[in-house]
Design a protein around this ligand. Structure first.
Ligand SMILES: NC(=O)c1ccc[n+]([C@@H]2O[C@H](COP(=O)([O-])OP(=O)(O)OC[C@H]3O[C@@H](n4cnc5c(N)ncnc54)[C@H](O)[C@@H]3O)[C@@H](O)[C@H]2O)c1
Ligand SMILES: [Zn+2]
Ligand SMILES: [Zn+2]
Length: 397
């Protein structure tokens, strides 16, 4: 019998529990075992919690925003030693294939989940992404550890670096893909951690930012850092109109959709999701893949808001296969569209100076809650309901 650890496991819709499970062990010479010191909950975890049950096996360990200290390394991981302080990217990539060589680590050809027709394996993210246990646990086995890590210096607290796992590179890629012209403007839809951080990065680069959400605390946070904000509840019908009026009648140069598939405001899709929730998993899985479970509300807003010839950057996750789109408008407005999971290692070096030379993005005070791992089930519930001003929860194993 090996040692046993605590880990946050999936048990069903809105049912996650802290279980005691065997410690992970080195399985491949390219593995490392990392002892978790801080591990965050992501908006993407809420999609698992609410919607994606048919794609997860009971007992799967969630979490893909971890950092910690290297405990043990496999024979081929000469890049790491026990004691190294590391952040672990949410995707597993080899660093040495056609895709990794061009900075497309989310498409890594060594870890692609081919039997599902999907890109690189992710930590704690359903069988579509390889059923790899995640990092909301005391220990994490990291495959392809020779490359799947970001070393960080000793000194500053974990809060400074933990967002390198996901939030920072995701927000960074959202801004890169938005192609905002120098001195130009961007609307950020959704001011959860991703939208909030994207707004900070865009402002840091000198862009005009208009942030949109329907949660007061989130709007306030982004306003306090210098963005203009609009409350969707007050502009349910006229949001695009109002933004055009603020931008010489055109709309912003770019729009970042940091909402994704659980957007408030698409009742039809909500019904489809609820129906799927009542079906046996195998049937529900097919239905969700084929019929399109997306609530496209935010994406439709983005198409309306962006100026002609502008760019939409989709960073919120969508998941359907048959979602109708207004092709006439997209074509006629000559909209450019970029999207995808963030390529973490591609952006890490660009971001690092903003973490080591002071803290211009305010990451150290970015979290709203810091809780022991044991309280993760309560934290998920609070985060989903957006209670208690929660924006970002850090868990301490
Ligand atoms: N592409 C990637 O690599 C990547 C990585 C991390 C997260 N994500 C995705 O990014 C999205 C945001 O993540 P998060 O952690 O900030 O999640 P979150 O759920 O905390 O934030 C979403 C925000 O959108 C707001 N919102 C809902 N409907 C809206 C609407 N119609 N218009 C404007 N705002 C609306 C919500 O009030 C909430 O504040 C999620 O879909 C997540 O899965 C993608
Ligand atoms: Zn995440
Ligand atoms: Zn690769």
């Amino acid at each position: 019998m090996g040692r046993r650890m605590k880990a946050l496991a999936y048990h069903g819709r809105r049912d996650v529990r802290v279980d005691t499970v065997p410690d992970p062990r080195i399985e491949e010479p390219t593995d490392a075992i990392v002892r978790m010191t801080t591990t965050a909950i992501c908006g993407s975890d809420l999609h698992l919690y609410e919607l994606l049950g048919p794609f997860i096996e009971e007992g799967s360990i969630l979490g893909h925003e971890p950092m910690g200290v290297v405990e043990e390394v496999g024979a081929e991981v000469s890049e790491l030693s026990p004691g190294d302080r590391v952040v672990i990217p949410f995707q597993i990539s080899c660093g040495n294939c056609f895709m990794c060589d061009q900075g497309l680590q989310t498409q890594c050809e060594t870890t692609q989940v081919r039997e599902q027709g999907m890109g690189a394996m992710l930590f704690g993210y359903t069988k579509l992404y390889g059923s790899k246990d995640g990092g909301q646990a005391e220990y994490l086995r990291v495959p392809q550890a020779q490359y799947t890590h970001i070393k960080v210096p000793d000194g500053p607290p974990d809060e400074r670096f933990v967002y390198l796992s996901d939030v920072l590179p995701t927000a960074w890629q959202a801004v890169e893909y938005a192609g905002i012209p120098d001195g130009g403007s961007v609307t950020v839809l959704g001011l959860g951690p991703i939208g909030d951080m994207a707004a900070r990065i865009a402002m840091h680069r000198g862009h005009r930012v208009i942030g949109v959400d329907l949660v007061r605390e989130r709007l306030e946070r982004v306003r306090a850092r210098g963005a203009e904000v609009l409350d969707l509840r007050e502009h349910d019908q006229d949001l695009a109109e109002v933004i055009r009026a603020m931008t010489d009648g055109r709309g912003t140069d770019s729009v970042i959709d940091a909402v994704g598939m659980e957007a408030h405001g698409s009742p039809g899709a909500k019904m489809a999701q609820q129906v799927a929730g009542l079906l046996p998993d195998a049937v529900a899985e097919k239905m969700m893949e084929k019929a399109g479970i997306d609530r496209l509300h935010a994406f439709h807003l983005a198409i309306d808001i962006v100026r002609r010839g502008g760019t939409i950057s989709l960073i919120g996750v969508y998941g359907g296969m048959a979602d109708p789109l207004p092709m006439l408008t997209i074509f006629d407005k000559q909209i450019q569209l970029r999207m995808g999971q963030a390529n973490v290692k591609r952006w890490a070096d660009d971001i690092m100076p903003l973490l080591t030379n002071g803290d211009p993005l305010g990451v150290e005070a970015f979290h709203t809650h810091k809780l022991p791992l044991e309280q993760a089930p309560e934290a998920y519930e609070m985060f989903q309901k957006k209670e208690d001003g929660v924006v970002k929860v850090l868990l301490k194993p």
